[in-house]
Design a protein around this ligand. Structure first.
Ligand code: NDP
Length: 325
């Protein structure tokens, strides 16, 4: 495994990490998730990502039980949660958002479900237009000072809002956001590569990126139709191919699969290796519903060493063909 610093902080995360969205508590119960987490740990993965709303809190419960059951040393792994959407299906006004109250309550609930006494990372899952940024920064700083959160961050915040949070923290000697959690894959690059470009050096921002396979599309398994039981066959999930733009995304994914075949490698680890080629990426959060997928995806580390910028730029050209970029 390779380890990377989380932005300007001293925290070293595994370059590949494991997420729990739509897997823990949905596709996988405690037994299945235990197998996945054990495999990840054995391969050096030290960061496990979750959120209050994943399966309405059940993802955190499953992950917490598994981490405890496996007796992983608390100082050897990092675990995250995210706050905003709430953990109950129809949240009351104080059960969601980024108010001081919900940030505090969500942290305490995550600690209980994950069975830990501090969160390594705690993310604001999206911006909350109805809470002043200063209130959220202060709420996060309180949790940091209380030792309940070590590093806090944002997820899918516009660069201007991240900068605002950073400047409030700097002006008032509060803990600043240390990391973003944005979507990043060959089909979705702009925010990480352009919008946040100045923040990495100026604010020491780290990036733990999500959906490296564009919800599974870049694994190549959708090239000839939607397999039964796969993520994108489930009703209502993001990234479904019958949504607007779905067919164009599929065409781009097919061109990527053809390029992977020319290189003689499987598409999934190649797509993940491409994410690793960006030095601003601190950790690529993998999703896997089976151990075999995780094993295949771990092959990204070797491909990231084997290929160079010529290959990465060529892959970008291949998927962008016909898009005028
Ligand atoms: P991916 O884009 O990598 O999709 C993962 C899914 O693709 C798997 O669950 C599996 O789905 C399929 N898959 C994975 N590997 C393979 C393979 N080798 N061959 C075939 N199919 C494969 O990542 P996710 O969308 O799952 O995101 C990863 C993590 O990022 C999440 O678990 C979560 O922790 C985080 N995240 C954060 C968000 C945020 O807003 N901050 C938003 C979304 C995710 P299946 O087998 O079911 O078809």
């Amino acid at each position: 495994m390779q380890y990377r610093r989380l932005g300007g902080s001293g925290l070293k995360l595994s370059a590949l990490s494991l997420g729990s969205w739509l897997t823990a508590g949905v596709r996988l119960g405690r037994g299945g998730m235990r197998e996945l987490v054990a495999l990840a740990w054995d391969h050096g993965i030290n960061f496990f990502d979750s959120a209050e709303n994943y399966a309405h809190g059940e993802a955190e419960r499953v992950l917490g039980d598994v981490l405890t059951d496996l007796r992983l040393p608390r100082d050897g792994f990092c675990v995250s949660s995210k706050v905003l959407f709430g953990s109950v299906p129809d949240p009351r006004p104080t059960q969601a958002g980024l108010s001081r109250k919900h940030v505090r309550d969500a942290c305490h609930d995550a600690l209980r479900r994950l069975r830990v006494d501090y969160l390594d990372l705690f993310f604001c899952h999206r911006p909350d237009p109805e809470t002043p940024v200063a209130e959220t920064v202060r709420a996060m700083d309180d949790l940091v000072r209380q030792g309940k959160v070590l590093y806090w961050g944002t997820s899918e915040w516009p660069a201007s809002l991240i900068r605002e949070a950073f400047e409030i923290a700097r002006a008032h000697h509060l803990a600043p956001p240390t990391t973003e959690q944005p979507q990043y894959n060959l089909l979705h690059r702009e925010r990480v590569e352009l919008e946040y470009a100045a923040l990495y050096a100026e604010c020491g921002l780290g990036a733990t990126v999500w959906s490296p396979l564009a919800y599974g599309l870049l694994s190549g398994k959708y090239d000839d139709g939607v397999p039964e039981g796969s993520r994108l066959s489930q009703p209502g999930v993001p990234g479904r191919l019958d949504r607007p733009g779905g067919q164009a995304r599929l065409e781009r994914a097919r061109r990527f699969s053809a390029a992977a075949a020319e290189l003689g490698v499987a598409p999934a680890p190649l797509a993940i290796a491409w994410c690793l080629s960006n030095p601003h990426v601190s950790s690529v959060i993998l999703g896997a519903s089976q151990p075999a997928q995780l094993l295949e995806n771990l092959g990204a580390l070797e491909l990231a060493d084997r290929f160079d910028d010529t290959v990465w730029r060529r892959l970008e050209c291949v998927v962008d063909q016909g898009r005028g970029s």
